[in-house]
Design a binder for this molecule. Structure first.
Ligand SMILES: *[C@@H]1O[C@H](CO)[C@@H](O)[C@H](O)[C@H]1NC(C)=O
Ligand SMILES: *[C@@H]1O[C@H](CO)[C@@H](O)[C@H](O)[C@H]1NC(C)=O
Ligand SMILES: *[C@@H]1O[C@H](CO)[C@@H](O)[C@H](O)[C@H]1NC(C)=O
Length: 730
């Protein structure tokens, strides 16, 4: 039925070649030529070209390399565009061409030429202009606009489509200056009834072809269908082909551009994010791009040693890396100088600015940029704040391969929605929750995202520092934070910032509640940065027990398992020695053969160094689950009155005589190693005549307390032995 109708039309048109037939049946996609004026290849322009290429549009770019005179070069609006178009049309002779004249810095295609052509033909006019809800620039012309029954009444010059001869006729009368308004010029033609009729102009009032976002943000939503995404105009229920982020709607266009025209699956992300990658795998080490890494320590921060360990392990040829390290905190001088001394020579160059130089944060960041900007061989600047835990060793390579102007790896604070980017801005430039923010942070949508604000860690092309971002006060603002000022500057220059969640990269540390009064302050981070605490201090094989690996039972009902890393043991011992108030004052009330008596140990209690809350948390999180697994039916909140580090020394207190513990169960963790650290030692359970004689550093012994496991500490014959003892559920 349908087919025969088409055949019928074709037949009629062939027999009677009238113009109407020509238009409706014989226009072809290849008649469409997209024409745009772009004096500069901005990121917005590149995005426009990507979307045009995606849909196979033929694009003619005019004005390349010319100096833009028609106003702000980022929002081309002006007579220069019309002058350039007029000149270009003169040399175009094929009268069948259908010209689509649009802006390009703030425009994307949402569909292909076929749909555009169909909708143009359906508009039944020779020239179709995009429409606006708001009248601009001359409000007094409102009454002169023809009324529309439904839809927008005003003309938008940011996009129109029409036959070459009609458009030639329309621009023929242009005689204005480059700075004059093109919008006003076209509006005046449109509101003139004769001209409107002779050129045969109409407006795309219901946004079937063109969607101008200005004044229409609430009307436009993303519509997901199969693997495709379209923008839908809710007011007119249309699917516009060309989207224009005019006026103050550039950020919204950036948002839409994250989805359009990409092909989407939410499990694996955007499959056509962009195809302009820069693979490194075929490069020899000495051919790698040269990167200046700026490291910034601006506040007391936990796990700085771990930060530098990760920096060292970053997968990248070190002879292609230069470091700029800014440390404002005297507290961290030890860690920084240890790193510079031990590993600085591995890098091509290291510049170090310490607290004594009393340099402001913003000045330091400018110095770091300069280190890259002013050295011709610098290809990238990689910003790395010290509160970034970059777990992915390939991060730098992954970011470089993305070949984007500025790109950040998406990082979050463990278990929170806090991240290093904003998806949207409030009217005053602060954080606003983007519709898809949570999906991005939680990895339900995966891809490369154009966002208005990034911080803490990002890679930037050095060429930007020498062009758009060559100002030396990028971080300066009278009322904004330096990173907000920087991002605003970047946005104003039309440079795109991206964040990627195509890989997992790591997390951001919390620097809140970080105490600096101890020797090893990281030990106190079990609440604030629990994941970093676990990685640093919990034995790598601890999790095996929780996965059902059999636990060693050296004596009846005595369980033996790894719990602390070497570093945890060292830090605890060093912390206690640093505190130094060892006492033999008989703090330990224990039960000896029926009666209560003191079995004094040389010890320091956890509460003496204000570590009792943290220790309780450790017992609760890492010991209680094992207790409940080994002694089924027993539940514990891991309460304790007594938890302490004991020191055994031949000439001080070498051993502990037999005793019961005042506990339901006891945890005894060896904090150093027989052999290198001491001789002798161990623990003997008298009732079973069974000893654990070779305690392993970082391993815990867990045994019942007050009833069955009468025990003694065997003599330490040389060196110093340390154990951490907890009497749980007294
Ligand atoms: C563009 O053209 C190529 C090759 O001619 C084709 O494979 C592709 O499907 C076209 N793309 C679209 C969106 O039509
Ligand atoms: C515009 O052209 C179409 C044919 O393409 C015609 O039907 C219509 O009447 C014209 N409109 C005006 C206002 O001349
Ligand atoms: C963890 O277990 C593996 C396999 O049993 C062993 O090779 C490794 O040395 C253990 N790690 C530590 C730190 O003891």
């Amino acid at each position: 039925m349908k087919l025969s109708l088409v055949l019928f039309s074709v037949l009629i048109c062939t027999l009677f070649p009238l113009r109407d037939c020509d238009e409706q049946q014989q226009v072809r996609e290849d008649q469409i030529v997209v024409v745009t004026v772009a004096t500069k290849e901005t990121d917005g322009f590149k995005r426009f070209m990507r979307s045009a290429k995606h849909f196979n549009y033929t694009v003619k770019v005019l004005g390349r390399g010319q100096k833009w005179k028609g106003g702000d070069y980022l929002s081309p609006g002006g007579g220069q565009k019309v002058r350039i178009l007029k000149a270009a049309l003169e040399s175009m002779k094929d009268e069948n061409k259908i010209i689509v004249f649009i802006d390009s810095y703030d425009v994307i295609f949402a569909s292909g030429p076929k749909e555009l052509l169909k909708k143009f033909v359906q508009a039944k006019h020779k020239v179709v202009f995009s429409s606006e809800t708001l009248i601009w620039p001359d409000r007094h012309l409102e009454d002169k606009h023809p009324h529309v029954r439904e839809g927008n009444r005003f003309l938008g010059s940011g996009g129109f489509i029409g036959y070459l001869p009609n458009i030639k006729e329309m621009v023929a009368e242009w005689a204005g200056d480059d700075g004059d308004s093109d919008q006003l010029f076209f509006t005046k033609i449109f509101i003139n009834p004769e001209k409107r009729k002779s050129i045969n102009i109409t407006l795309d009032s219901k946004c079937r072809l063109f969607q101008n976002l200005h004044g229409a943000l609430d009307e436009v939503v993303l519509k997901f269908e199969d693997r495709r995404v379209r923008a839908r105009n809710l007011l007119y229920d249309t699917l516009p082909v060309i989207i224009h982020g005019n006026g103050p709607t550039k950020l919204q266009l950036n948002y839409l551009g994250n989805y359009i025209p990409n092909v989407w699956t939410f499990e694996t992300g955007c499959t056509v994010c962009h195809d302009d990658l820069l693979p490194l795998r075929n490069l020899k080490e000495n051919e790698y791009p040269l990167v200046v890494i700026g490291v910034f320590i601006q506040q007391p921060t936990p796990f700085v040693t771990v930060f530098f360990e990760r920096l060292l392990k970053l997968q990248y040829p070190k002879n292609r890396l230069k470091l700029f390290i800014f440390n404002k905190e005297p507290h961290h001088e030890r860690e920084v100088s240890a790193f510079v001394q031990d590993h600085g020579s591995l890098y091509l160059d290291v510049k170090f600015v310490g607290p004594e130089e009393e340099i402001e944060d913003t000045a330091a960041r400018t110095m770091a940029f300069d280190m890259c900007r002013k050295q011709k061989d610098c290809d990238y600047f990689f910003n790395l704040d010290v509160d970034v835990a970059l777990k992915n060793e390939n991060t730098l390579k992954i970011l470089i391969e993305q070949n984007l102007p500025i790109v950040a790896p998406l990082l979050t604070r463990t278990g929170r929605l806090w991240s290093n980017f904003w998806g949207a801005l409030s009217a005053d430039g602060y954080y606003a929750r983007a519709e898809d923010y949570v999906d991005l942070v939680q990895g339900r949508r995966v891809g490369i995202w154009n966002v208005p604000y990034i911080t803490s860690v990002y890679l930037m092309k050095a060429s930007l520092l020498r062009s758009e971002l060559s100002d030396d006060d990028l971080f300066h603002s009278n009322f904004m934070d330096p990173d907000m000022a920087f991002c605003q500057h970047v946005r104003n220059k039309g440079v795109f910032m991206y964040v990627t969640n195509m890989d997992t990269f790591g997390r951001i540390l919390s620097t809140e509640n970080y105490q600096t009064s101890h020797l090893h302050n990281d030990l106190w981070q079990i609440f604030e940065n629990p994941e970093d605490w676990r990685e640093r201090y919990i034995h790598e094989n601890y999790t095996h027990i929780m996965k059902g690996k059999p636990v060693e039972t050296p004596c009846p009902d005595v369980y033996w398992f790894p719990v602390f890393t070497d570093i945890a043991c060292n830090h605890l011992v060093e912390e206690m020695e640093h505190f130094g108030k060892w006492s033999g004052g008989g703090n330990v009330d224990t039960r000896i053969q029926g009666g209560y008596e003191n079995v004094p140990t040389i010890d320091i209690h956890m509460n003496q160094v204000n570590f009792d809350k943290e220790w309780h948390q450790f017992l609760l999180e890492y010991i209680a689950p094992i207790t409940e697994q080994m002694y089924p039916g027993y539940h514990t909140q891991a309460h304790f009155d007594l938890a302490f580090v004991v020191r055994y020394k031949p000439d001080e207190q070498p051993f502990l005589r037999p005793h019961h513990d005042a506990s339901t169960f006891t945890i005894n963790i060896a904090l150093n190693q027989r052999g290198p650290d001491y001789e002798g030692g161990g623990c003997r359970f008298l009732r079973y005549d069974c000893s654990v004689e070779a305690p392993r550093k970082g391993w815990a012994l867990m045994h019942p307390g007050r009833l069955t496991h009468y025990h003694e500490g065997l003599p330490t014959t040389a060196g110093v032995r340390y154990i951490a003892v907890s009497f749980v559920d007294p």
